[in-house]
Design a protein around this ligand. Structure first.
Ligand code: ZN
Length: 197
């Protein structure tokens, strides 16, 4: 009887790793972003709902019905409220890569939930960069990322694009590098309220 119990215990120990799946850094960042936005909505008396996060690892995976997520590192689909991250461009565990991308895409989700006062795709892109800057400032102040990671996030914001669901992916709508840096720094130094939220 005792031997059987030991065998069961060993079997359970072997099974455990497959039952408890480790969260990627992308998922951890998403959870933090979600909580931060929920708190900011609550502060303003607005109701918030979370987007879904989908990490895609296969080319040919359509999102929003027609865009291949492997055309861009990340995207947000308004119709199914999903933030997409493509592992074709970066590992979901790369904090410096994932942080600016997901926090930018989360900004598009916020724009989808409430009127944030933007009227053109370019304004929406720059505001999403501003939102990303505000979140990264919060993350730096909370000590879970270092200022160096924040600085790298700025550089990536300047160079990275996403897939916008309204226009073809190759259209230049994200603004110039300096526009994007200014938007990011505005959020970084002034917080959400200067981004128009
Ligand atoms: Zn965008």
């Amino acid at each position: 009887m005792k031997r059987v119990l030991i065998a069961v215990a060993v079997a359970l120990a072997l099974l455990a790793p497959t039952v408890v799946r480790a969260q990627s850094n992308a998922e951890l960042i998403a959870a933090d972003l979600d909580a931060w936005w929920a708190a900011n909505f609550a502060e303003r008396g607005l109701s918030y709902s979370s987007p879904r996060l989908e990490i895609v690892d296969q080319p040919g995976t359509n999102f929003c019905g027609f865009i291949d997520v492997f055309e861009g590192p990340a995207g947000y689909c308004a119709t199914n409220r999903t933030v997409y991250l493509s592992t074709g461009f970066l590992s979901p565990d790369s904090i410096t890569g994932v942080l600016p991308l997901i926090s930018h895409e989360w900004g598009h989700h916020v724009q989808n939930l409430v009127d944030t006062g933007v009227s053109t795709p370019m304004e929406a892109e720059l505001q999403a960069d501003c939102f990303a800057g505000a979140f990264i400032q919060y993350a730096t102040e909370s000590d879970w990322i270092s200022p160096a990671v924040g600085a790298m996030a700025l550089q990536l914001t300047q160079s990275a694009g996403d897939v916008w669901w309204l226009v073809p992916a190759d259209e230049a709508i994200h603004g110039s590098q300096s526009d994007r840096a200014i938007a990011f720094m505005t959020g970084l130094h002034g917080g959400l309220s200067v981004c128009g939220f």
